[in-house]
Design a protein around this ligand. Structure first.
Ligand code: F6P
Length: 322
């Protein structure tokens, strides 16, 4: 098929580096003689037919900005057959020959179902702070979120040590613990709580007490939001240890801010390759990175298969923190 016009969308939760990815898609496409349309407000906008033409200057000055210039939304309608039909109609109306979806596993599920109805070739560009997409070691925005969390927890550590407190720090991660594990490992947290691994509060409290006997003055517990009720956990640790315990929920602060070099570089590479895959005739794929290599991955695997948490890192984190 002779590719003339492509569309790009950001969908689901935003992630730092999405803007850099949009810029890369737009400029690579224009460089190769394609027209580019930007879908506004994620799948909600696609269903409503909201698209605008993107030229070379429309993506100026965004490589360093968090969020997404195209906006995004949590869209329930795209999960229905009716929503998919409407979205497919928008692609047809605007004569879209190829579609680049920047988002996470939920967005790729929508992309895949849309392909089945519209037959417009679709390429997924993984961007989520959760890093829970199968087929890629890492996602755009993950490194930024890890660094944003570290920036704050380094400061929490100072006050934790001064006051000899236990701090529970909750990070995002709706279903998975990739973010909590990376943050906890890089922070040297005493405990990392993730939904993938059962933990025992009694044993955590015993270890906290033992640590204090051995000269520790404070503890950082990094937990994924999906690992349990953080205020309940804080309360139980307080009761069992009788130490001063505080809870900080980092939440949406982790989704914003300027992307790190790693998130930008990944976005530049993923965005450009997405366009090249379309030009080469790929029908339904995802871009991924495995080791140092940028690869073409299976789009359906990305949301149907479960990526493993790195247990070696988890165990090493445990060893190094005591
Ligand atoms: O999917 C990314 C994510 O940031 C999750 O970690 C979090 O649970 C969720 O989005 C929050 O979504 P919302 O911004 O819709 O509240």
């Amino acid at each position: 098929m002779n590719m003339k016009r492509i569309a790009v969308i950001t969908a689901g939760g935003d992630a730092p580096g999405m803007n850099a990815a949009i810029r890369s898609v737009v400029r690579t496409a224009l460089f190769n003689g394609l027209e580019v349309m930007g879908v506004e407000r994620g799948y909600t906008g696609l269903i409503e037919g909201k698209m605008r033409s993107l030229d070379i200057r429309s993506v100026s000055g965004i490589i360093n900005r968090g969020g997404t210039m195209l906006r995004t939304a949590r869209c329930e309608e795209i999960k229905t057959n009716q929503g998919i039909q409407k979205a497919a109609r928008t692609l047809r109306t605007h004569k879209i020959d190829g579609f680049v979806v920047i988002g996470g596993d939920g967005s790729f599920r929508g992309a895949s179902e849309l392909y089945e109805v519209s037959h417009v070739p679709v390429i997924g560009v993984p961007a989520t702070i959760d890093n829970d997409v199968f087929g890629t070691d890492t996602t755009i925005g993950f490194d930024t979120a890890v660094n944003t969390a570290l920036f704050t927890i380094d400061r929490i550590r100072d006050t934790a040590t001064s006051h000899e407190r236990v701090f529970i720090v909750e990070v995002m991660g709706r279903k998975r613990g990739f973010l909590a594990l990376a943050v906890g490992f890089a922070e040297g947290a005493e405990f990392i709580l993730v939904p993938e691994i059962k933990f025992n509060l009694a044993s955590i409290c015993r270890k906290i007490k033992l640590g204090r006997k051995n000269g520790k003055t404070s503890e950082i517990v990094v937990m994924a939001e999906s690992a349990g009720d953080s205020s309940l956990i804080a309360e139980q640790i307080r009761k069992r240890t009788e130490y001063d315990v505080r809870l900080t929920v980092l939440g949406h602060a982790l989704r914003g801010g300027p992307p790190t070099a790693q998130s930008r570089i990944l976005a530049n590479q993923f965005g450009a390759l997405a366009v090249h895959f379309l030009l080469e005739g790929a029908e339904k794929s995802m871009i991924g990175i495995r080791g140092q290599e940028i690869v073409r991955a299976d789009l359906d695997d990305s949301w149907t298969r479960k990526k493993d948490l790195d247990m070696q890192i988890y165990r090493l984190a445990e060893i190094l923190s005591f």
